[in-house]
Design a protein around this ligand. Structure first.
Ligand code: GLA
Length: 389
């Protein structure tokens, strides 16, 4: 476990004067391949990482959340009646959004005092938001003595993002934060939510995450713009092919070529990314299952090129990080991960070269960009749940 539960309990005791009744946690994630496919009802292959958000607390008899966010040094008290967003404490929106969705499902949402402690880097493409949402859900579940079905839990988190927070994101991040399994990646069909665990304990290689430490800026609006462009591609594809699809998942590369004349160059490239990425992700899942790491690395590189040239969600720092990574000994493949526009990359690196790879990557990235990057070698971790209660 990434964050120490006893430290979290101790912070709670210092703040609120007793031991917590419940401690819940949820991990961040790294997506290995299948980027910007989830909201197109496609395929993804993420794994949960050994970095957590943890919430320790006890129930209150009044309908309020009294919170202390240790990493931010921020406190706040929020009513659970008529829940509203908190412009002065946006971090609390994730918990409040979860509480609101639980109320809508008719589930008991207890008032509580609680501390939040985490080590998922914030806003870096490792799903600190989903980790906070899924930790909040596990916390309310433990307090209320109920447990949602995993798919329902992930959908609830997605509704918080889509409705309460206004980001048109897909279901991947909440799903893997809830359902991750130690030493496994999760191949997920984002339409049916059918999934398969794929072992990622590899004798010869490790996944290395590299943080560009580059603020993501306009992520929200650019993200929603991509979602809209995919919607536009579907509209033209339906019209030109006469087929019934609702999402890019429903169309093939030859459908796209047939419809090309009806859409702008940009929309065509966006759709080409999504359609080819779905194919790559399925193939990558097979390659990983078969232990074909060389093929997996090649598919990572192709995914990155498509995200850079067709989907245009990389930036100078991400491109520097991946191209330096690819030039280093032992690197089988490297790509941006998450929404993009900054954040992190993930590389597949031969185990014997990993230490040197991390040191060299950080050094050359700083030389190229003037920014200090960070690298993390992580195992795949378990999904969300109560730690004790
Ligand atoms: C963000 C979103 C996910 C997914 C990725 C891109 O992490 O929250 O739903 O769309 O971007 O693959």
């Amino acid at each position: 476990m990434a964050v120490d539960a006893s430290r979290c309990a101790q912070i709670f005791s210092e703040r609120f004067g007793s031991a917590p009744a419940v401690i819940a946690r949820a991990p961040g994630r790294v997506n290995l391949i299948g980027e910007h496919t989830d909201y197109n009802h496609g395929f993804v292959l993420p794994m949960a990482i050994e970095r957590d958000t943890m919430i320790a607390g006890r129930p209150l008899n009044e309908p309020v959340l009294r919170l202390w966010a240790e990493n931010l040094g921020a406190a706040g008290e929020f009513s659970l009646n008529a829940i509203a967003r908190q412009p002065d404490a946006p971090w609390a929106d994730y918990l409040l959004g979860v509480a609101l969705e639980l109320q809508r499902l008719g589930r008991p949402v207890s008032g509580a005092e609680a501390v939040i402690l985490g080590d998922v880097p914030l806003g870096c493409g490792l799903s600190s938001s989903a980790a906070l949402e899924m930790a909040a859900l596990a916390f309310f579940e433990a307090l209320g003595g109920f447990r949602l079905d995993d798919a329902e839990a992930a959908r609830l988190g997605q509704r918080v993002e889509n409705g309460f927070l206004g980001l048109s994101s897909g279901i991947m991040d909440q799903f893997i934060s809830r359902c991750g399994r130690a030493d496994h990646a999760l191949f997920l069909d984002c339409r049916s939510l059918e999934r398969r665990l794929v072992p990622v304990v590899m004798e010869q290689a490790v996944f290395v995450i590299a943080n560009t430490n580059c603020p993501r800026g306009l992520t929200g609006s650019k993200y929603n713009e991509r979602v809209a462009e995919c919607g536009e591609a579907v509209r033209v594809l339906r019209e030109k092919t006469g087929r019934e699809g609702t999402h890019l998942r429903d169309f093939t590369a030859s459908d796209l070529d047939a419809a090309r004349g009806g859409m702008s160059e940009v929309v065509y490239r966006r759709a080409r990314h999504v359609i080819t990425e779905n194919d790559r992700t399925r193939e990558a899942c097979e390659a990983l299952s078969a232990g074909d790491l060389v093929r997996f690395g090649i598919l990572m590189n192709e995914s990155d090129r498509s995200l850079r040239e067709d989907y245009e969600v990389t930036n100078r720092e991400l491109d520097a990080m991946t191209s330096i990574a690819r030039s280093l000994p032992g690197c089988l493949g490297s790509r941006m991960t998450g929404a993009g526009f900054g954040g992190c990359t993930v590389s597949l690196v031969l185990r014997d070269d990993a230490d040197r790879f991390c040191a060299e990557l950080s050094r050359r990235y700083q030389e190229a960009t003037g920014r200090a990057g960070e690298t993390y070698v992580t195992r795949a971790a378990d999904g969300a749940g109560a730690v004790s209660g």
